[in-house]
Design a protein. Structure first.
Length: 385
């Protein structure tokens, strides 16, 4: 690596070391409890995520469990839980959300030891209530949940489940399915990215700092994330133990329409742009997902010509990574491998990132140029650049 690059990653990691000194950990979070997507057809969406991503059946609620207005399927892979919810009636919150946004993330649920404390701490600091703490019970015990609003129509729900032994939540039953394709090696949620309007990034970064005690891990400006045509800015917010990381993106002024502007247009406002999920073997994971039909962004072939000088020695075969479209970047702690799917629905909105960290704590800044050129190529094909 060049001296300039080494200095840059040293400065970056010095910032990481200081992040936890800055985060006010009045809101301890154990991790992501679940992510709930409102979708047009939960049964078919569940089949897709099982087949293509390797999720397994876990739990279900709907007409058979006494729920009349919605149906939810819960999928699991290692520490990741996805809830897919579809409306059973044409009116109401779920149907309204889908009409406006299409399929998308509604709930980012956070696992906490005390949901009442989490709710009181955040609302007392200015967070808007989604619902007050409530106790949900069945024969397996009780769960306490409470919720707050965040950007757009996205919400956080605090989940306290220390007194619960059931399959998922009260009101759900086990979903026993004969069809459970093998996992693809996905382990946990690494981070989740929110897209907000021009001029709103600092507002929501301040929201996470003020109401949830998060600190700014790193900031990327339009010089870091730009191409010939478009640019965006981003602040990565992290909680005290580093288990929850929320990059917040906003568009920057450019010659053409950026990916963030395209997302905001088609989603109908701010929302969760992508979910980054971790794997311990990205070559296996991506080989499997490609075999099962998942589509990934195409990385320009010239990108790999610079990898040896920019990244240095890695354990993986670079030609194999090139054939799969997996990108590589390094910081002082190690390196990472990452790849991005194309949008997973017809609207060019939500997608997934697959990431393997081999010591690195950063977000692939060295890959931004190639990534954004790939996204712009897709935008051009859609006529939305």
């Amino acid at each position: 690596m060049s001296t300039a690059n080494l200095t840059e990653v040293k400065n970056f990691n010095y910032g990481i070391e200081k992040i936890f000194d800055k985060a006010e950990d009045f809101l301890p979070i154990n991790g992501t409890d679940y992510v709930e997507l409102y979708v047009g057809n939960a049964k078919q969406s569940a089949h897709y995520y099982k087949t293509a991503f390797g999720f397994q059946s876990l739990a279900y609620c709907g007409l058979e469990t006494g729920v009349k207005d919605r149906t939810s399927y819960v999928l699991v892979q290692d520490k990741i839980r996805l809830v897919l919810t579809t409306p059973m009636v044409p009116e109401g919150e779920v149907a309204d959300h889908i009409r406006k946004h299409g399929d998308g993330v509604k709930v980012i649920a956070l696992w906490v030891d005390d949901a009442r404390v989490a709710y009181n701490e955040t609302t007392s600091r200015g967070a808007k209530s989604f619902f007050e703490p409530r106790v949900e019970k069945d024969q397996h015990g009780e769960v306490v949940r409470a919720g707050i609003h965040t950007y757009g129509e996205t919400v956080h729900i605090f989940v306290e489940r220390k007194n619960y032994k059931g399959v998922f939540l009260p009101g759900y039953e086990s979903w026993n399915s004969e069809y459970n394709p093998a996992p693809t090696g996905l382990k946990y949620i690494d981070h989740m990215v929110g897209n907000v309007e021009l001029g709103s990034m600092n507002k929501w970064a301040d929201f996470y700092a003020r109401t949830m005690g998060f600190a700014n891990l790193v900031t990327f400006d339009d010089k870091d994330i730009s191409t010939q045509y478009t640019a965006l800015m981003s602040k990565v917010m992290s909680n005290g133990n580093g288990r929850i990381k929320f990059p917040i993106n906003e568009p920057a002024v450019g010659i053409k329409k950026s990916q963030v502007e395209e997302y905001l247009d088609f989603y109908g406002g701010p929302g969760c742009q992508h979910i980054a999920v971790a794997t311990d073997d990205i070559v296996f994971t991506i080989s499997e997902m490609r075999r099962r039909g998942v589509e990934f962004l195409h990385v320009p072939g010239t990108y790999y010509d610079t990898v040896p000088n920019r990244v240095g020695q890695i354990a993986e075969d670079l030609e194999l990574l090139k054939s799969l479209g997996i990108m590589v970047d390094r910081d002082e702690e190690g390196y990472l491998l990452q790849i991005f799917t194309k949008p997973v629905e017809d609207r060019p909105t939500m997608f997934f990132e697959i990431i393997q960290r081999k010591g690195a704590k950063s977000f692939g800044k060295g890959n931004f140029q190639a990534l954004f050129e790939s996204i712009e190529a897709e935008q051009a094909r859609r006529g939305t650049l």
